[in-house]
Design a protein around this ligand. Structure first.
Ligand code: ARG
Length: 291
């Protein structure tokens, strides 16, 4: 991984604080929302009665992809499939660490077919170790790699038995966390990793989304974490994507953006209003390929 010396989005006034944080270039997999719609409801954000503007969703997705590219990241694109309106949420379809792919197994029948489209993409794109899970596993929706341990959520989607399966397949230590609020049904709606380099992980999370025991685990592991408030959680601010310095956030998450700036990060805002109608944000649209 190479360092981004000069981020094109870096405001010169921020240069001093941002210097403390080092960005590393990433490779992401995204799926255009060509067939995006809210046709069923599998989380509390989804209301099939509310209109969705697919053209606007596409523009917002394209702007997100553009932000990643301007930050120096590489974005791979998988072809969307008609009849799979949630396929834009690529994070749910695989967890890739050290070139090993653990695929997905969806809880909702409506999304089940997505897993095999992604499995085929991995097979066509040079991945040799691809394991499909036997337990419900919504991939990076519920798994967050910190660089040292894999944080794994359960409670609404991913089966806790999939956590042990992930440890076995990926060969990394897994720490299980339990989610308790249905609005924060995936781990990536309540927690994200700010820095996964140098063995000193830094995370950001929203404590009320977790069980009391899981909150204690998080406090013990990450005494230094950035703690987000309710308004930032409600606009999907915890669905951020960080490269170690630049943190892509929904445009409404301004309090969190200020907190991150104080800690030396550079917030980069995107508008995800249409994608949020399906219960998704920037991270949901973004699978990281850690080769
Ligand atoms: N409508 C999708 C679902 O409920 C949204 C998934 C969002 N993805 C995520 N990584 N949280 O499954």
């Amino acid at each position: 991984m190479s360092s981004l010396i000069d981020s094109p989005l870096l405001d010169p006034g921020e240069a001093r604080t941002a210097q403390q944080r080092v960005a590393t270039s990433r490779r992401y997999l995204m799926c255009p929302p060509q067939y995006f719609a809210v046709e069923y409801s599998i989380n509390p954000w989804m209301d099939p009665g509310q209109p969705v503007d697919t053209g606007l969703a596409f523009a917002q997705w394209a702007a997100l992809k553009d932000v990643y590219e301007r930050l120096g990241h590489r974005v791979e694109v998988i072809d969307p499939e008609p009849g799979l309106p949630d396929m834009v949420f690529a994070a749910n379809s695989g967890t890739v660490i050290n070139g090993v792919v653990l695929g997905a197994r969806f809880r909702a029948e409506q999304r089940a077919a997505e897993a095999d489209h992604f499995r085929r993409w991995f097979a066509r794109n040079g991945y040799h170790t691809i394991v499909m899970p036997t337990r419900v596993n919504e991939a990076e929706g519920d798994f967050a790699w910190t660089g040292t341990v894999l944080l794994a959520g359960s409670g609404f989607r991913t089966d806790p038995a999939a956590h042990a399966e992930a440890q076995e397949v990926l060969g990394v230590p897994v720490v299980s966390l339990r989610l308790v609020d249905p609005r924060y049904y995936h781990l990536d709606t309540a927690l994200f990793v700010l820095d996964d380099q140098a063995g000193r992980p830094h995370v950001c999370y929203y404590p009320p989304a977790f069980s009391p025991g899981s909150r204690r685990v998080l406090r013990r592991l990450f005494p230094d974490a950035v703690i987000a408030g309710t308004a930032d959680a409600e606009c999907f601010g915890l669905n951020g994507v960080s490269d170690g310095r630049n943190v892509v956030l929904p445009i409404e998450a301004t309090t969190l953006g200020d907190q991150l700036r104080e800690r030396g990060y550079q917030p980069v805002y995107v508008d995800i209003s249409e994608l949020r109608k399906a219960g998704g944000g920037p991270k949901c649209c973004t699978m990281e390929l850690r080769d």
